[in-house]
Ligand binder design. Structure first.
Ligand code: ATP
Ligand code: FE2
Length: 329
């Protein structure tokens, strides 16, 4: 029985997993009253501190277990906002010491990758498209390698920034998707794929200029935004499949909730003879269950920090996916 704690950014989440089965997945996300979506890390950390006990109790209750049934605590060690990560680490240590169980430090991006296994994927390429992160990740010789990534903005932040600019509030992703479904005309936008990487800030400026010109409807702009940047994601994902020879694609991150992105990925996979996997929404966005799920796999391979060594355990706000030596595969 393993508990997973997620606190890298706006979401404080706790999940319980046993033998690859998710018993509970509870979260509470920081929101701003004005819907601006602006995040001051210390404010978000205060949110996490305020909700942690409630989230913990719900996660235990929903799982139908007792506190003493917990055999280990996994937590998001990085990457993320330092004050938020520290809140998660503090809580992790508290529980681990109270229950006298080991801790499993998990890389947040790798947890997005590992949770793909729950859908049946065995050795996939991950298209991780969230607010702050946009990466194409796959396992190769001992590490999860980043085959491509954004050179500037995360795809979710890019969509949210444009949505905010046109007065849609935060989060913008679902609202842009809704508008896009009503768009009819494709408006040409810059297409920025550089090798395996993508760039989004120039497209954002271009979209803002087009919006300001008053010549285009917001529906058409939203439609063209999605068609353009999702095509860029699909192109680099396809190139990673070709390069690695892998036959499976998994989606992760909040932007993966977008059904048009899912559809485009599905078509690409079908054309290449690859399998497409997309976890359910609650496992795509930041959540504690994916940390517990990845933590359990790592624990079974012997990755753990015992209670007596917890003093030495720290957060890694800048840890990169390929910094982690993968000993569990
Ligand atoms: P990270 O995982 O990098 O820490 P995060 O916590 O900001 O980033 P998630 O919680 O995974 O990211 O996802 C939030 C993002 O998902 C927001 O940018 C939001 O606009 C976007 N999003 C949610 N639903 C949709 C949708 N239907 N279409 C596009 N984007 C969406
Ligand atoms: Fe994430």
């Amino acid at each position: 029985m393993i508990l997973g704690i997620e606190s890298t950014a706006h979401t404080f989440g706790i999940g319980v997993v046993k033998n690859g089965k998710i018993l509970s997945n509870v979260k509470d996300a920081f929101t701003t009253k004005d819907g601006s979506g602006g995040m001051i890390p210390t404010e978000v950390a205060k949110h996490h501190a305020a909700v942690k006990n409630k989230v913990y109790e719900s996660a235990i209750k929903e799982a139908g277990i007792k506190e003493k049934d917990i055999d280990a605590v996994a937590f998001s060690q990085g990457p993320g906002l330092a004050p938020c990560l520290l809140e998660g680490l503090k809580f992790t240590k508290e529980i681990a010491l109270k229950l006298n169980v080991p801790v499993v430090p998990v890389n947040h991006c790798i947890a997005h990758q590992e949770i793909g296994r729950i859908t049946g994927a065995k050795d996939p390429v991950l298209l991780y498209a969230s607010g702050a992160n946009t990466q194409i990740i796959a396992y190769e010789s001992g590490k999860y390698r980043v085959f491509g990534e954004t050179l500037d903005l995360g795809i979710g932040n890019f969509i949210d920034t444009f949505a905010r600019y046109v007065g849609l509030g935060f989060p913008g992703g679902p609202k842009i998707q809704e508008l896009a479904s009503k768009g009819k005309n494709y408006i040409e936008l810059p297409y920025k794929v550089k090798g395996m990487d993508i760039a989004l800030s120039g497209i954002l400026t271009n979209l803002q200029q087009k919006y300001n010109s008053g010549k285009y409807s917001l529906e058409d702009l939203a439609f063209s935004l999605q068609e353009t940047v999702f095509a860029m994601l699909v192109e680099v994902a396809e190139r990673a499949l070709a390069h690695t020879g892998k036959k499976e694609l998994v989606l992760g991150g909040g932007v993966a909730c977008n059904t048009r992105l899912q559809e485009m990925c599905k078509i690409m996979c079908k054309e290449r003879g690859c399998k497409f996997f997309c976890p359910e929404r609650g496992l795509l966005v930041d959540n504690g269950a994916m940390i517990a799920y990845a933590g359990e796999i790592m624990l079974k391979a012997g990755v753990k920090v015992n209670p007596e060594d917890l003093k030495k355990l720290d957060i890694l706000p800048r840890e990169r996916t390929d910094d982690v030596v993968v000993s569990w595969k």
